[in-house]
Design a protein around this ligand. Structure first.
Ligand SMILES: [Zn+2]
Length: 163
């Protein structure tokens, strides 16, 4: 994806208030992020470990999601698969919950997904980051195909939250 500015990131959130979007922790190292290899920009709030964020491009516009990571129950520390990049890992995948946009979100509606803890799906699918002790699924897809699938999955997740 193309590099985004802090302002573009703050303006992209679909499921939090303008005030929250203004205050939330945007990474300070935006200039050093490997944008060309990112299907989405994802990060965790260093001050609030239960908060994570992701921003991706949908129809040429940045769309951001504010996510909550409920404390992991013991059953979650077992191996699980990221629903975005389909990497299987030992305990490196967390349930992340996005309040829905608009009225539905205010009424408590949310959408959950299992996502790589460090929100580095883009780097795993490109082989730029190792997924550790997880079983590597034998896949015959090319990197381009895996990237396409990752983009489709993250776009679908944003769409489910935006509805
Ligand atoms: Zn992932």
């Amino acid at each position: 994806m193309e590099p985004l500015t802090e302002q573009e990131i703050r303006a992209s959130f679909v499921n939090c208030t303008k005030g929250e979007a203004k205050r939330l922790a945007v990474p300070r190292d935006l200039a050093e992020r490997p944008w060309a290899d990112l299907d989405y920009l994802g990060w965790r709030d260093p001050q609030a470990p239960d908060r994570a964020y992701l921003v991706t491009m949908v129809d040429g516009r940045p769309r951001g999601l504010a996510l909550r990571c409920p404390a992991a129950a013991s059953w979650q520390t077992r191996r699980s698969m990221c629903s975005i990049c389909l990497t299987t890992r030992d305990g490196g995948v967390s349930l992340m919950v996005a309040p829905k946009a608009g009225k539905a979100g205010k009424q408590g509606d949310s959408v959950g997904a299992y996502i790589c803890d460090d929100l580095s799906c883009s780097l795993y699918v490109r082989g730029r980051k190792e997924s550790g002790s997880g079983i590597r699924l034998h896949e015959t897809l090319t990197v381009e195909e895996k990237v396409g699938r990752t983009v489709a999955n993250v776009t679908a997740f944003v769409a489910r939250v935006s509805v």
